[in-house]
Unconditional design. Structure first.
Length: 116
């Protein structure tokens, strides 16, 4: 099982980034997918979730209206489009695949830094 994030980097406030998480080794289309983030010295926070078929999404209040989660089951990938980025969005962003407590997988994460 692998979840490999990409797309992180350094961006100025107000800018945009698109994160990708490529999955392999399990039946991606059966899993709900989420993005979490963890800033230095803080707990890991759930910021966006999408159901297995992509019909429903949920967002943390801190990113609602700025971030969009989507998925393409044909290529086993989940995305996070991040717009209007703020310094407070600086964190390591990880994707998660969840089916049950036994089938719950994590990626290694990608760093997003928002700074001028």
């Amino acid at each position: 099982v692998q979840l490999v994030e990409s797309g992180g980097g350094l961006v100025q406030p107000g800018g945009s980034l698109r994160l990708s998480c490529k999955a392999s080794g399990f039946t991606f289309s059966r899993y709900a997918m989420s993005w979490y983030r963890q800033a230095p010295g803080k707990e890991r926070d759930l910021i966006a979730t999408i159901t297995s078929a992509g019909g429903r999404t949920n967002y943390a209040d801190s990113v609602k209206g700025r971030f969009t989660i989507s998925r393409d089951n044909a290529v086993n990938t989940v995305y996070l489009q991040m717009n209007s980025l703020e310094p407070e969005d600086t964190a390591v962003y990880c994707c998660n695949a969840f089916l049950t407590s036994r089938y719950n997988y994590w990626g290694q994460g990608t760093q997003v830094t928002v700074s001028s």
